[in-house]
Design a protein around this ligand. Structure first.
Ligand code: FES
Length: 368
């Protein structure tokens, strides 16, 4: 039906131009939600966000408010954040611990951590003769059709059919391998808060910008210059310039023709890798101490392979941009045709020395 009302859908995109309706038409947006965001694997969060049974965090998948929760069996479940009785939202907070079970705040139905109905108060007196009851699966909180995680990063798909998470990720799984392998412990843990930014533009604008290597030396030049001034000032006062500022000042020193050397590698399902990065292997004492811990964990040869991975960031279509060498990711959540929420999360390398964490945290705060 929707497609019929947009008869020229196939002609909206040409090799060198795109019709503006692709970014502005609410009907096209609805179609994208139905066919892409509510069907593909969407990032929900990291397992370390819900370490204890009953811990939950809420998340938007397509148009659906969902929640990710740790069960008593230690499994991570992803449920629709909606009571099956009258549609009341179950968890109003962004995150928390629900205790032994979920309890709806409207008529007090309770649910297990996996969404299964636990009890209906006043069952006999209030609901006699209805189809309500434990035998009816519609009386349980609805679960995401599929949930899988890779190296601690949890994804859900609202479609029952489709490729497995690993098949879907394909080559783009390097985003998580690169981030986790840089930890001497082989794992990362979430830094428990994120930047939330609502952009008044279509979700695709953000993704396209992530792969636009021509803009940084122009758009971010003023940032680079300002960072360079601060960097010089700190160096003058302390004799040492912090690397976090240096990573920003590079925007002013890496010229547009050098950014053009960055390569975009495209993969099935729309995933892309933007290669190259500047100055991530300095020879300061903090980096050398970190490399020593890495040598102990992995041996010299494997450490060189890990630290030599040449990635700026990885785009996992349709909603994730991972900057693995700096342990941050951006989850893109479309809110409407012209409104997009971006959550920017930072991760800590387990087993890495504290100064390495402080440095990447400083960059995370500066760049965002
Ligand atoms: S709406 Fe949840 S118990 Fe009635």
């Amino acid at each position: 039906m929707l497609q019929e009302s947009i008869p020229e859908l196939a002609k909206m995109v040409e090799p060198d131009r795109v019709r503006k309706e692709v970014y502005t038409d609410p009907q096209i947006f609805a179609l994208e939600m139905e066919r892409i965001h509510e069907r593909y694997w969407i990032y929900c969060g990291h397992e370390s966000q819900v370490p204890k049974p009953g811990d939950y965090t809420t998340v938007q998948v397509g148009r659906q408010p969902m929640l990710m929760v740790r069960g008593k069996d230690r499994k991570v479940h992803v449920l629709y954040n909606r009571c099956p009785h009258r549609g009341n939202m179950i968890c109003g907070d962004r995150s928390g611990n629900t205790g032994e079970f979920f309890r709806c705040s409207y008529h007090a139905w309770t649910f297990q951590h996996d969404g299964a109905l636990r009890s209906i108060p006043m069952m006999e007196a209030g609901y006699a003769g209805t189809r309500y009851g434990k035998d009816n699966p519609d009386c349980s909180m609805k679960r995401a059709a599929r949930v899988e995680s890779y190296r601690g990063f949890v994804f859900a798909s609202l479609a029952a059919d489709g490729p497995s998470l690993l098949e879907f990720l394909g080559a783009s799984k390097i985003a998580f391998d690169d981030m986790c392998d840089r930890a001497p412990g082989g794992e990362v843990e979430v830094v428990p808060n994120c930047f939330r930014i609502i952009q008044h533009s279509n979700w695709k604008i953000f993704l396209e910008n992530q792969l636009d290597a021509l803009h940084p030396s122009v758009v971010h030049q003023s940032t680079g210059r300002a960072a360079h001034e601060v960097e010089k000032d700190i160096a003058k006062r302390t004799g040492k310039a912090p690397l976090s500022y240096h990573m920003l000042s590079a925007f002013a020193t890496v010229t547009i023709d050098k950014w053009d050397n960055f390569q975009t590698l495209n993969y099935p399902h729309g995933h892309c890798i933007l290669t190259g990065y500047m100055g991530l292997r300095p020879k300061d004492p903090d980096t050398l101490a970190y490399e020593k811990v890495m040598h102990n964990a992995y041996g010299k040869q494997r450490t060189e392979e890990i630290l030599g991975v040449n990635i700026h960031h990885v785009l996992i279509y349709p909603g994730l941009s991972v900057q693995s060498p700096l342990q941050q990711l951006r989850a893109v959540r479309p809110l409407g045709v012209d409104r997009t929420l971006t959550e920017i999360w930072h991760f800590r390398l387990k087993g890495a020395p504290e100064p390495i964490y402080r440095r990447s945290l400083a960059y995370y705060n500066l760049v965002n």
